[in-house]
Design a protein around this ligand. Structure first.
Ligand code: 5GP
Length: 211
């Protein structure tokens, strides 16, 4: 049975490890496609244009907004971040489960436009552990770490708007849990309308005594 892919939105506080989780999902299983966002933020060390993000100027970002080229976009710590539309829709049509790793404002916009999207929030085992993970990245100043923690406190208000939450304590357990959620979502009728309509047509024909 061929179904449309799940639009799977993963959010979580900065530093919680959601990047590692989504990369592992893509590496281990065939069904996922990871969307590459567009941003006006400056690349960090080791980030590659077109892989980590499409790094663009404010002008280019705003032009893409005007051309309706983004499914959603949001401003986060003074920069724009957005999800390119064309690639995501193509992957879903081909039956792939598209992962959007995005922050809460964008996630809620996706849910408005695509009610069948599955929204997951990744949590740290504790606030202290979150701070430790942010500091151990070694790429952020103390000031940025504090900004990100403040932002986390604000984002926590939106957890009840998500469909699921998982705690990223042991990577293996967390991955299994997340993959289970996506597999279960394949059974949602909204993603299987083509199959269901065909079945209804066949039933109708049988009832009428055709065939
Ligand atoms: P970072 O600067 O740490 O790479 O990302 C900052 C935040 O922006 C993270 O919470 C990340 O999930 C989010 N983000 C990345 N891409 C997008 C996007 O396309 N749209 C939205 N709304 N948020 C994004």
């Amino acid at each position: 049975m061929k179904h449309r892919g799940v639009l799977f939105v993963v959010s979580g506080f900065s530093g919680v490890g959601k990047g590692t989780l989504v990369k592992e999902l893509v590496r281990r299983y065939d069904n996922y496609a990871l969307s590459v966002s567009m941003t006006t933020r400056t690349p960090r060390k080791n980030e590659v244009d077109g892989v980590s993000y499409f790094f663009v100027s404010r002008e280019e970002f705003e032009r893409t907004i005007r051309q309706d080229g983004l499914i959603e976009y949001a401003s986060y710590l003074e920069n724009y971040y957005g999800t390119p539309r064309a690639w995501v829709e193509q992957q879903m049509d081909e039956g792939r489960d598209v992962i959007l790793e995005i922050e809460v404002q964008g996630a809620l916009k996706v849910k408005e436009k695509f009610p069948e999207a599955v929204l997951l929030f990744v949590l740290p085992p504790s606030a202290r552990e979150l701070k430790r993970r942010l500091e151990s990245r070694g790429t952020e100043s103390a000031e940025t770490v504090l900004k990100r923690l403040k932002r986390a406190r604000e984002e926590a208000e939106f957890i009840p708007d998500y469909d699921y939450q998982v705690v990223n304590d042991k990577l293996e357990d967390c991955l299994k849990q997340i993959h289970g959620i996506v597999c279960a979502a394949h059974g949602r009728p909204a993603l299987n309308q083509e199959f269901d309509n065909q079945l209804k047509g066949e039933l109708e024909a049988l009832v009428k005594g055709e065939n």
